[in-house]
Design a protein around this ligand. Structure first.
Ligand code: NI
Length: 255
């Protein structure tokens, strides 16, 4: 298959340390046309940017993930803003959001404050946001519907009803390996119901590998399995799903 646009990857992750160069050299020959690799703090944002500068087909998102909220130091966001303003391959603010799943994460008000400041940055720079929402559907929805950035709900895990509310407001829905999981009833409903022009495909690699590779290291090539599953759900050719989501992503990121 061709035209795979992986809208959410973490190729700076140590899971790729052994063979990163070989793998990233290989992907374009195996159907991957674009990758958005996402930072999670200042260090991983820099690393993501380096990858984007090294490989034509890789772009990057820069920002603070909610799990990293306690890592934010004064001035970090100013540095991120500077990079977003000056670096051509930096195309989004991400990944940002709320994560109420992990007990050890920063308190909710700290996460919310950081989330809002990063949305504000994206709006000022006219860039999209890549949103992580884990067990924080209500607060995420309220903040996004109030602030209305251009955004994608990455690895969307909410209800079909809320997905439709998001797409009506112009937000995009990011789906990946989860749609292929046996227990993925909600994700399948979402894949079936949302308008195709608001769908983006992603890996979240090295995590979330689709069936039959569940639990293994994920990479952008495996998005073909996600396209097959969504094609099956919607009665469409998987290549058509890849073509449509590819142009959606190009438009979303302004590429
Ligand atoms: Ni991620």
């Amino acid at each position: 298959m061709l035209n795979i646009f992986d809208t959410h990857a973490h190729y700076d992750d140590e899971a790729f340390n052994e063979d990163r160069e070989v793998l990233l050299g290989l992907l374009p020959k195996e159907g991957v046309s674009h990758v958005m690799t996402c930072g999670t703090n200042l260090v991983t944002s820099y690393r993501s940017l380096q990858l984007a500068k090294k490989y034509d087909y890789i772009y990057c998102a820069l920002g603070f993930h909610p799990e990293e909220a306690h890592e934010e130091r004064k001035g970090d966001l100013d540095t991120i803003v500077e990079l977003l303003k000056t670096e051509e391959k930096a195309k989004a603010v991400g990944e940002i959001g709320l994560d109420y799943y992990w007990e050890e994460n920063a308190p909710r008000d700290v996460q919310i404050d950081l989330f809002r400041r990063q949305i504000e940055i994206a709006k000022e720079l006219d860039l999209p946001v890549i949103v992580h929402d884990r067990e924080a559907h209500e607060d995420t929805f309220n903040i996004l519907s109030e602030m209305r950035p251009k955004g994608v709900l990455h690895c969307y895990s909410g209800s079909k009803e809320q997905a439709l509310q998001y797409t009506e407001m112009g937000f995009y829905i990011g789906l990946g390996g989860v749609v292929t999981f046996k227990n993925a009833r909600k994700a399948v409903e979402v894949a079936e119901a949302i308008p195709l022009d608001k769908l983006l495909l992603e890996t979240d690699c090295p995590y979330m590998a689709p069936v039959p590779h569940r639990g293994e290291r994920n990479d952008s090539r495996l998005i073909s399995l996600v396209a097959e599953k969504i094609g099956e759900i919607r009665g469409m050719d998987p290549q058509e799903i890849l073509d449509i989501t590819n142009s959606n992503a190009e438009e979303f990121f302004g590429i």
